[in-house]
Design a protein around this ligand. Sequence first.
Ligand code: HEC
Length: 98
Amino acid sequence: MKKVLLGLLLASVSTLFAADGAEIYKAKCLSCHGDKASKAALNKSQIIAGWDAEKIIASVNGYKNGEGGAMKGVMKPIASGLSDDDLKAVAATIASYK
Ligand code: HEC
């Protein structure tokens, strides 16, 4: 019985600390990419709402590595500030915006 309770407790704690894509989006992306990723960031980016998660992850990892378009310098520090887990979570959130 004790073990079961401990398991439940641990499960709820890890949910609490799991990367929350919607929160990350609001804190780090919304100001440029707009509500539900519906805007061209700084009037330059493509609209990324509904891109699939793989494509978003590949694109953001590209910025980490110095790839991207004319405004890539804007995305590089943002991309570099995301952990792999944060990136997965926020990519899934953006993919869900249609
Ligand atoms: C300061 C404004 C700003 C913020 C904040 C920002 N972006 Fe961007 N983002 C841009 C700009 C500008 C571009 C276009 C860069 C280029 O020329 O490649 C871009 C491009 C992108 C692209 C590729 C789209 C394309 O046009 O190829 C993705 C994916 C992306 N951003 C995801 C994110 C995510 C995820 C976050 C939050 C973690 C974020 N961005 C936060 C400004 C921003």
